[in-house]
Design a protein around this ligand. Structure first.
Ligand SMILES: NC(=O)C1=CN([C@@H]2O[C@H](COP(=O)(O)OP(=O)(O)OC[C@H]3O[C@@H](n4cnc5c(N)ncnc54)[C@H](O)[C@@H]3O)[C@@H](O)[C@H]2O)C=CC1
Ligand SMILES: N[C@@H](CC=O)C(=O)O
Ligand code: NA
Length: 819
């Protein structure tokens, strides 16, 4: 025999009830069937609403009553014909008038006790079970209506009653053993020994099903619902959550107690005691295997991942009672718990540190003020004498439970959990782990709940690890970067289980945002004109409000405003990768603020492409310094544009035309005067000088400008490039003269003892700089270890692809730290 329980959504309308008939027919092939049903979807809420409306007095509740009547009558009309239809209509009529009488009574008294509330709520299951049993019979499946008030015996806590298993078992056996038709039982309801109606708490029909199944020794208890099974996390919050094929009773119990709404928390216990498997099935997708909840062999448990699933409870508050006077005083905890129990306040979470100075408890937010008042009263004396210093309630709190049978005896699980939360800047307020080691619960601000669920879900390999990338700038470097991420996405996904999700892009006019990822094959069309403020502040506010885990901001602009936002980003625990030099080469103040923010945050900040584009220059310098080498001198060429110009001049050609070529190829800064004036090169030296530990500013770098004075200023780039032809002859002469002397001209510089100088130089052709090609940069490190033969890093130092490659590598470095 199997018990099949159908939830409210599975019987929501005629079509779904016909579908239920098919499921029942199929199940009948495997032996006798007992059906348990919830109320039709929305009916319980309507009943509650009617009760509350009635309690305010007057006749407004009658409208709700009409809604309830309509909803059921429509079902009868859809499903039943002839005598059956008439019979059910008669039943409905009678029972609805009984319900009307009760509501009338409530409205007269303006009083809604738990007892009358339970009675009112019981009508939902009575309607649905009656309609469904009649429909089954009409379709040739012999069925009979069974009112559980005659079977499930409970105590007198009417709204959330405890079941008397022994008394109920007797009744269940008597009523259901050897039934010659399929019993269709009302879920959720029972009755107290005095005959009053009780309910088993919201979602209690699951419990009815497992009680009946366990008493009668069912082969299986099937919970038919509207999802594919017990998920690894709430799929509404964690998009990648999936239906677990099987979990142990204990895990299901922990997860449903901690908020997983798929199964009533009490429902597992009877099945577990009787050793009967519970399966969670989707009535809308009966082909899906669902989740099997059963006793797992220790082998299965060991081979499984340490974490099976997560769940969370949002609407809670944290009560904290603390005081040095509590230390070593027996009885405080006992009084605390007894007081809450007396006031029927359920404790969801408990944590006390061994110093005994404070106890934290999480309870339902609705009970917060009741708890506060009760405890203020209970501990009035201790509060007065300051033995207890404070009794506080912290609002807007969520509890997350990380559950897994295999966590027990598996070291490192909690370390990994808290590391993941820490890297994402999620503050853990309190923690509890029971000695069964299969549930670690922690309390955080509600604001971080989704973020925590998602990063923890990924970090325990329950889904692919994601990094959320927001890009500023959509020019040369960004375009190459987006192409590289798109082309390499699959390899990273398969090879490294890493999903780089580009969730945002913005330039000064357009913006695209999508938490699930912008389509990188067509990102240009995703960009929409920016609404509201077109500032970096607005973009950042949108990024922050998304509060996604593993977020990296990528700056591919040349904007000082964007660079000025790094400290704020880092403080919000958002990592930054930047190709923009205006942060690390900005004012000393900004430089220090960035470093301070970095030190106080768990976020990362990488800027390798600030110097020599993708070439490993900053990393090399830091490796040398961190490993104890002393850097004596840095020389070389650090402008891709200027390198390109002089390398091309050597071959012959007009200066201004070559500058234009460099710009068209994407080597120059957005404004090529930044390159020609030496400013861009100077910034790179400034960054290297600061990396070396010198407190220097831009003004400290001596640098020769190649821009004629009269062409500096606000002139548009195009006009500047046209007017630049005025220097063509001068460079042509200079170049010819140098060649005649077996020399070449180049733009190079050196940093020596905190002093940096960059200028046009005449160099012999034998000088390595004379051998550079294209945009090649060259950096020569003379150090204690690399003294006789200096260390040289050389290669293309500008251009979309190489720079984007460097930015991408920095993103991946941060990703490997984060995930
Ligand atoms: N081109 C190269 O070879 C290299 C460039 N870089 C750096 O990369 C950065 C970008 O260079 P490119 O892509 O060549 O420049 P680009 O001019 O092609 O692109 C700059 C982008 O930034 C956007 N932008 C400017 N201000 C903004 C703001 N406040 N908010 C949002 N977007 C803004 C622009 O609309 C444009 O889309 C620069 O800082 C440059 O120094 C670094 C290494 C090499
Ligand atoms: N415009 C820069 C690009 C790299 O930083 C250069 O020419 O070097
Ligand atoms: Na670099």
């Amino acid at each position: 025999m199997n018990v099949l329980k159908f939830g409210g959504t599975s019987i929501e309308n005629g079509k779904r009830i016909r579908n239920v008939l098919n499921i029942i027919r199929d199940a009948m092939h495997d032996g006798p069937v007992i059906v348990v049903v919830s109320a039709i979807r929305k009916v319980t809420d309507l009943l509650l609403d009617a009760a509350l409306t009635a309690c305010r007095g007057g006749g407004d509740y009658k409208e709700k009553l009409v809604d309830i009547e309509r909803l059921h009558t429509a079902l009868v009309e859809d499903l039943l014909t002839g005598e059956k239809a008439e019979d059910v209509q008669r039943y409905l009529c009678g029972v609805l008038s009984e319900l009307g009488d009760v509501l009338h009574g409530v409205s007269l008294l303006r009083e809604l006790s738990e007892k009358s509330s339970a009675l009112i709520m019981s009508f939902g299951e009575r309607f649905s079970a009656y309609i469904i049993s009649s429909y089954l019979s009409q379709e040739g499946v012999a069925a009979s209506y069974v009112d559980a008030r005659g079977m499930i015996v409970t105590d007198t806590s009417h709204g959330d009653a405890r079941v008397d298993m022994e008394a109920s078992a007797l009744q269940i056996r008597e009523r259901l053993n050897n039934a010659d038709s399929i019993p269709v039982v009302t879920g959720y309801i029972g009755s107290a020994p005095d005959g009053t109606v009780t309910t088993l708490g919201r979602g209690g029909s699951d419990y009815t099903a497992t009680i009946i199944g366990s008493v009668l020794g069912a082969g299986e208890i099937q919970i038919w619902t509207d999802v594919d099974g017990f998920f690894s996390a709430d799929p509404k919050r964690v998009r990648d959550a999936y239906a677990l094929p099987f979990i142990s009773y204990a895990e299901a119990m922990e997860l449903s107690h901690a908020g997983a709404k798929v199964l009533h928390p009490y429902a597992v216990h009877p099945a577990m005691k009787a050793g009967i498997p519970i399966t969670i099935r989707n009535s809308m997708n009966p082909g899906a295997p669902g989740t099997r909840i059963e006793k797992l062999s220790s082998e299965e448990a060991v081979s499984a991942r340490p974490v099976t699933g997560l769940s969370s409870i949002s609407d809670i508050v944290l009560l904290n009672i603390s005081g040095s006077g509590m230390v070593g005083v027996p009885g405080i905890a006992s009084r605390l718990f007894s007081c809450l129990a007396r006031h029927m306040i359920n404790i969801i979470f408990i944590s006390q540190a061994s110093s005994e100075q404070s106890i934290s408890l999480a309870i339902n937010a609705l009970q917060a003020s009741k708890a506060q008042m009760a405890l203020d009263d209970e501990f009035a004396v201790e509060l007065g004498s300051r033995q207890i210093e404070s009794l506080t309630v912290r609002q807007d709190i969520s509890m997350i439970a990380v559950v897994g049978k295999s966590m027990s005896g598996h070291p490192g699980v909690s370390a990994h959990l808290f590391e993941t939360l820490g890297k994402n800047g999620i503050n853990v307020i309190a923690v509890a782990q029971g000695a069964n080691e299969m549930n670690i619960s922690f309390v955080i601000d509600s604001h971080d709940e989704d973020k925590a669920l998602n990063c923890v879900h990924e970090s325990f390999f329950l889904s692919r690890r994601k990094v959320h990338v927001f890009i500023a700038g959509t020019g040369t470097i960004s375009s190459s970067l987006i192409g590289q991420i798109r082309d390499h996405h699959e390899t990273l996904s398969v090879g490294k289980n890493l999903d780089i999700v580009v969730c945002g892009m913005a330039n000064t006019r357009m913006m695209a945002l999508n938490n699930e990822g912008i389509d990188l094959n067509d990102w240009q069309s995703a960009l929409q004109p920016r609404e509201g403020e077109r500032t970096i502040g607005d973009y950042l506010a949108r990024i922050r409000s998304r509060n996604l885990h593993n977020t990296i901001f990528v700056d591919c602009t040349a904007s000082a405003d964007v660079a000025a936002a790094y400290p704020e980003l880092l403080r919000s625990n958002i990592s930054v990768v930047t190709a923009n030099k205006l942060g690390m080469a900005g004012s000393w103040d900004l430089y220090e603020t960035i470093n301070d923010a970095l030190n106080s945050s768990n976020a990362k900040f990488l800027y390798e492409t600030n110097v020599g584009a993708g070439l490993p220059i900053i990393n090399t310098l830091n490796d040398l310094r961190n490993s104890g080498d002393k850097i004596l001198k840095i020389e070389g060429v650090l402008s891709g544009t200027l390198s390109y110009i002089f390398n091309e001049l050597r071959k012959g050609g007009a200066f201004s035309r070559i500058v234009r070529q460099a710009r068209d190829a994407g080597f120059t800064e957005p404004d090529p005067r930044e390159d020609l004036s030496g400013a861009d090169f100077a910034r790179k030296f400034l960054i290297l000088g600061r990396e070396l530990g010198f407190r220097i500013n831009y003004e400290d770098i001596q640098c020769e400008s190649l821009v004629p004075d009269h062409l500096m200023g606000q002139m548009p780039v195009e006009e500047f490039l046209e007017k630049l032809a005025c220097v063509d002859e001068e460079y042509d002469d200079m170049n010819r003269k140098a060649a005649a002397e077996g020399m070449t001209i180049a733009y190079a510089g050196e940093i020596n003892g905190g002093k940096a100088k960059i200028s046009v130089k005449m160099l012999p052709l034998s000088n390595p700089v004379a051998g550079l090609n294209g945009t090649e940069n060259m950096v020569v490190f003379t150090t204690d270890r690399y003294f006789d033969t200096p260390l040289v890093v050389k290669g293309p130092g500008a251009g979309g692809e190489v720079t984007a490659g460097g930015v991408f590598a920095d993103i991946l470095r941060i990703a490997s730290y984060l995930v």
